[in-house]
Design a protein around this ligand. Structure first.
Ligand code: FMN
Length: 349
């Protein structure tokens, strides 16, 4: 039987399939269900910078005798509603978006106590500041590794791309210098030179790059005249950008590569491994089909590897990355011309 073991963030995982941060991994029941179907590791939902700074502000205000605005440990009322809709109240430890940082540390401890697969905690923010102290607390709570999601929208016309990159590097350096556990950086694709940026992040101490953050895109409600954030689950079509960059970067940067966004099927997973991913993380597919989806993918992975004479995932990894591909330019501009020349209309006639 082909070996699915994979190395990621200092751990040897029994599968390259990893549960991405989502409400499913915020509940102990969800984590156990994922362990039961053979997931390689779980990434907990994020502890957000806004949450921590809000809590600290509330504490400081209380200390000087001022009544705090909003509920302690919470985000804004609108964000609280999200937490209520996804939390689940089974009595088992769970962490819903917007609950206190202490709840988060409790989930890390509880997850480590009940499952024997690696537990990767997640922090989500954009600045260097006191909120980063939580990286150490997360490490002390027992997390095997930390994913840092720098979910930053560069909306200020006065801030250049170079400044944005510097900011990313400062945050990464601050976190990597403060903990001993490996740190993965989840980043957006919007850099003018993603390869250079990712190499710089690795040099700043990142053990892995997680490609790519999927931004929640706003929409406009024509009736209420309000801007509404919409969270739609992904589909396999969204895989391609991650596929390209993992293939380009495999073997060229000094860090591991994790795929996120658009992995739903066995074919999707195989493509990302062939491109060079160390692990393939999934959120939408697990939310849509449930943890048992992993069983089917792993069964099909075994069959495919067997049929194609690969003895292990390690054997297969990167076989079609840019450095190993028979057509390396297919990952660059050349594929654009080829695609235009081959276009045959909407129904392919
Ligand atoms: C409901 C939901 C909640 C999520 N929460 C987080 C989070 O807390 N932190 C984070 O870094 N990513 C979060 N994500 C993003 C996922 O981890 C993942 O990167 C993204 O959904 C793309 O992967 P997918 O195509 O497999 O869904 C969330 C996604 C969904 C759908």
């Amino acid at each position: 039987m082909p070996d699915l073991h994979t190395s990621y963030l200092g751990c040897r995982l029994k599968s390259p399939l990893v549960a991405a941060a989502s409400p499913l991994t915020g509940k102990l029941d969800g984590i156990k269900a994922l362990r039961d179907v053979g997931i390689g590791a779980v990434i907990l939902p994020s502890l957000f910078e806004e949450q921590i700074t809000h809590e600290r502000l509330a504490e400081q205000l209380t200390a000087v005798g001022v009544r705090s605005v909003g509920k302690p440990g919470g985000l804004s009322p609108g964000e609280g509603a999200l937490s209520d809709s996804i939390s689940g109240h089974s009595g088992a430890p769970s962490y819903a978006y917007g609950r206190s940082a202490e709840h988060y540390l409790e989930l890390v401890r509880a997850a480590k106590a009940v499952v024997d697969i690696p537990v990767i905690a997640s922090m989500n923010g954009t600045t260097t500041g006191a909120w980063l102290d939580y990286a150490q607390l997360i490490e002390q709570a027992g997390a095997d590794a930390l994913e840092l999601n720098i979910y930053y929208i560069a909306a200020d016309p006065g801030i250049s791309g170079a400044e944005v990159e510097l900011r990313f590097l400062e945050v990464v350096r601050a976190v990597c210098d403060s903990v001993r556990i490996p740190v993965a950086i989840k980043i957006p694709p919007f850099f003018s030179a993603p390869a250079y940026t990712i190499r710089s992040l690795a040099r700043a101490g990142a053990h892995a790059a997680v490609l790519f953050n999927r931004f929640v895109q706003p929409d406009i409600d024509l009736d209420s005249f309000q801007v509404i954030p919409t969270l739609r689950l992904s589909d396999s079509e969204e895989l391609r950008m991650t596929l390209r960059w993992i293939a380009i970067l495999h073997g060229k940067v000094d860090c591991e590569l994790a795929a996120t966004t658009g992995a739903h099927t066995t074919e999707d997973v195989l493509k990302l491994l062939l491109a060079g991913a160390n692990v393939v993380t999934m959120a939408s597919a697990l939310l849509r089909y449930g943890p048992r989806h992993i069983l089917e993918i792993e069964r099909e992975l075994h069959t495919w590897l067997d049929d194609h004479d690969f003895s292990s995932v390690d054997d297969l990894r990167g076989s079609l990355s840019q450095v190993h591909s028979p057509d390396p330019l297919a990952y660059e501009r050349a594929s654009y011309m080829k695609a235009l020349l081959n276009y045959r209309g909407p129904s392919g006639e």
